[in-house]
Design a protein around this ligand. Structure first.
Ligand SMILES: [Zn+2]
Length: 360
């Protein structure tokens, strides 16, 4: 990857998008997703940092298209933000009207090996980020009810050296990196029943359906941690992102550590965009990525042809132009190295389609 030119890397990214769409629409993935949802009907939403290392489906071996991601700088969100509140509430309503419950996962991240590999959005202050995400959890309970019988908000940590989840609950804190040895000799076959009991102790009031649908994420993460240890992944995973994504619909970037994803949720988008540009700049300066260029990719998803798609085009163009202006103003040194791609994403097929840089 490292020795390819920026144009080759951009072309590679489009290919990745096409491959993902083909796979997503294929009979294998479609049936696997349907089966997964039939077995595990709880709708899972995850709020997370734009940091490219945090990839929950990857870290839990969950098929793509099951977990609904929300990304912003530092994993900072506020349910009072008009657009965020709208999207979260719509998603919850959609699920509930189909008789599904919702597990709402609010995450922070850190590195156990080095404070400097923590969250730049919180100036590497993990305690501050934990306090912050508990604040979001309170907002979710204010919005969706304190009994948590339909929407169950939880706080998870994500330890990026081993991709380990840290579950916070009324019954304490459970670091899944420590779960593996407890399960005996074979980490690939953890004792499901013991894990279920452990989850029950952690979340005494969690509806059984949600608990049973959280269990595969726990199992998947324990297996993933085992794989990471077995393959001896380079522990010092540092920022290597060369893409800034703005908007929604970036599921296909299932390669961790490639893109910084800024969701369109915050009423102040310029802060997260400038921060993302800063990270790209330091990636170049330290030689972690080639300095011949980086990509700004805007995308807006649509569900139906016609009006919905037309609106997505305007949204995506607005986002790419807005981000372009912010980066030009905040990082005039980096701006000439930026390639802009504007796209819409067909939500049904996950096909990403370039609509070019043109005016709307
Ligand atoms: Zn972060």
């Amino acid at each position: 990857m490292g020795d390819r030119s920026i144009h080759e890397r951009v072309e590679w990214l489009w290919q990745l998008g096409r491959k993902h769409s083909q796979q997503f629409c294929g009979p294998d993935a479609t049936l696997a997703r349907k089966r997964y949802l039939a077995l595990h009907p709880t709708h899972i939403m995850v709020l997370k940092c734009m940091d490219g290392r945090i990839h929950i489906p990857h870290a839990t071996n969950t098929p793509l298209g099951i977990i609904e991601p929300f990304r912003n700088l530092g994993g900072m969100f506020h349910m009072g933000w008009p657009y965020l509140g709208e999207v979260v509430a719509n998603s919850v309503t959609d699920a509930v009207e189909r008789g599904r419950r919702v597990l709402l996962v609010i995450t922070y991240h850190f590195s156990k090996g080095d404070r400097d590999r923590g969250c730049a959005g919180f100036d590497f202050d993990t305690e501050a980020s934990i306090r912050y995400v508990h604040g979001i959890k309170n907002q979710m309970e204010h919005t969706f009810g304190h009994s948590r019988q339909t929407v169950y908000p939880v706080v998870f940590g994500f330890e990026t050296d081993e991709d380990a989840l840290i579950l916070h609950g009324p019954g304490g804190i459970w670091n899944l990196a420590e779960a593996t040895p407890v399960q005996g000799a074979d980490p690939a076959r953890p004792d499901e029943q013991a894990l279920e009991q452990k989850l029950r102790a952690l979340y005494p009031d969690m509806p059984r359906r949600i608990l049973l649908d959280l269990l595969p994420l726990v199992l998947g993460n324990i297996r993933h941690i085992g794989e990471i240890r077995a393959t001896g992944r380079e522990i010092a995973v540092e920022h290597r992102e060369w893409v800034i994504c703005i908007g929604r619909g970036f599921d296909f970037l299932h390669e961790p550590n490639m893109a910084l994803i800024v969701g369109p949720f915050s009423p102040d988008l310029s802060g997260p965009i400038a921060k993302a540009a800063g990270i790209i700049g330091s990636n170049m300066a330290s030689g972690r990525i080639p300095d011949d260029g980086f990509l700004l990719l805007a995308s807006a998803p649509y569900r139906e042809a016609g009006m919905d798609r037309a609106r997505a085009e305007l949204k995506s163009r607005f986002l790419s132009q807005f981000a372009d202006e912010v980066i030009k103003r905040e990082r005039p040194d980096l701006h000439p190295k930026m390639i802009v791609e504007t796209a819409v994403l067909d939500w049904n097929t996950r096909r990403l389609e370039s609509i070019g840089p043109g005016e709307a």
